[in-house]
Ligand binder design. Structure first.
Ligand code: URA
Length: 428
């Protein structure tokens, strides 16, 4: 397409004024942004226009296809194992990928997992995994294929597939344009459709810590993504899951790896175990692997064994201690009672303020920054005992982090209304 057919100001203006983008305009703008002809500030303006004006289903499908076409589409059809993928729409304390991928691999399916970094108030799998000393996620595709053959799992930086998403994802993270149904759907599905998988399970988060807040918006997101998967011949289902509270008790990169290791060792918080096992069951069903109980792999050590092999294959060393923030502050209970709701969004932002996420492009994050939650909603609390421990390497961050957490939790006399973790299952 000639570089004179379209121009960024016209595309931005069309969407800003509530118009519809043609297929050709979408193809052009994604292509021109990926190769640098459309500048970051122009794409930031377009993203903000999309944030406010939205994209219809046809525009989303084309935007996603253009993102897929921006890079390589992997092909694992020659592998002896069925391939299956998973992606979450983003939550707080959501470390399920770290446990799920080795679990599913231990049950006999192969998982090529293209992952991203932290986004907004949520953490990213790459940042979490890279808190393991030495571990690399910039795997060449040949290496991904070898790992899938040898151990059924590889977790790698998504940039090689859908490079348009790599740029858009980083730009959305620092321009407050994350919380948009079309942008979340296209970001996730472009990576997944380029991953070369036969089946896909989506974990669509609902509630305070999710990017889209209402159940209705999240259902719409789930249906949109399931339809995109089906249209590309990938058998796709989605679980709607609760993200009102952080998942588990650890929020922050190294803290979440430590909690994942507890789960892989057969312990850990029950909500992390429940969600991971349910997602694994769904993945195995879609992949056509019958008769395996993924929960058993946490008890018999086979999931832990796969995780260790994955870490070693990617250059990581679990014998070196994980880096936890050098400075801590503790929030203690000022009264006895029952722990009430804990606002997932506020805890995510607290971890971000402590250094777990970015506010500038490419900023170095602190692997050891984050929040450890000592009392979960509904737990009894005794006055004076610790409720949260905050970790950072830069103690000047504590004041803003404490302010973020202030008002995000309460101790009272009536237990909070606990919601089911798995809300619904959506298929095409
Ligand atoms: N995960 C992604 O990969 N992209 C989003 O936009 C949100 C969550």
């Amino acid at each position: 397409m000639s570089q004179f057919t379209f121009d960024a100001p016209t595309v931005i203006r069309t969407k800003r004024d509530g118009g519809r983008l043609s297929d050709a305009a979408i193809d052009w703008v994604i292509d021109a942004y990926t190769d640098g002809h459309v500048a970051d500030e122009q794409m930031a303006a377009l993203l903000m226009a999309v944030f406010f004006r939205g994209l219809d289903r046809g525009e989303i499908a084309r935007w996603t296809a253009a993102m897929v076409a921006s890079g390589e589409v992997l092909d694992f059809s020659g592998l002896p194992l069925p391939t299956v993928g998973k992606h979450s729409t983003g939550g707080v304390g959501d470390k399920t990928t770290l446990v799920l991928i080795p679990m599913v691999a231990a049950c006999g399916a192969a998982v090529p997992k293209a992952s991203g970094r932290g986004l907004g108030h949520t953490g990213g799998t790459l940042d979490k995994l890279e808190s393991i000393p030495g571990l690399r996620t910039d795997l060449p595709i040949g290496r991904v294929r070898e790992q899938l053959t040898d151990l059924g799992a590889a977790i790698f930086a998504a940039g090689q597939v859908a490079p348009a998403d790599k740029k858009l994802y980083a730009l959305r993270d620092i321009t407050a344009t994350v919380e948009s149904l079309p942008l979340v759907a296209s970001s996730i599905m472009s990576k997944k459709l380029a991953e070369g998988i036969g089946a896909l399970v989506l974990d669509v988060k609902v509630g305070a810590g999710a990017f889209l807040k209402t159940e209705e918006q999240c259902r719409d997101l789930a249906h949109t993504m399931v339809a995109l998967g089906a249209a590309h011949g990938v058998s796709t289902s989605a679980l709607l899951t609760d993200m009102s509270y952080p998942l588990g008790a650890a929020v922050g990169n190294a803290l979440e790896v430590a909690e994942s290791l507890e789960v892989l060792a057969g312990g850990g918080p029950p909500d992390v175990v429940e969600l991971t096992v349910r997602l694994a069951e769904e993945m195995l069903t879609l992949a056509g692997v019958d008769g395996r109980d993924p929960g058993q792999t946490l008890q018999d050590g086979t999931a832990m064994d796969r995780f260790r092999r994955l870490v070693t294959a990617q250059g990581g060393d679990l014998s070196v201690p994980l880096p936890f923030g050098a400075h801590t502050e503790t929030v203690t209970a000022d009264r006895s009672g029952t722990m009430g709701d804990i606002d997932a969004m506020a805890v995510g932002l607290t971890a971000w303020r402590l250094g777990a996420g970015r506010s500038r492009p490419g900023e170095r994050i602190q692997a050891g920054a984050g929040v450890q939650i000592h009392r979960r909603p509904g737990d009894p609390v005794v006055a004076g005992e610790p409720l949260f421990t905050l970790y950072t390497d830069t103690p000047e961050r504590f004041a803003a982090a404490m302010a973020e957490l202030d008002g995000a939790w309460s101790v009272g006399h009536t237990p909070p209304k606990l919601r089911p973790l798995i809300i619904d299952r959506i298929t095409s």
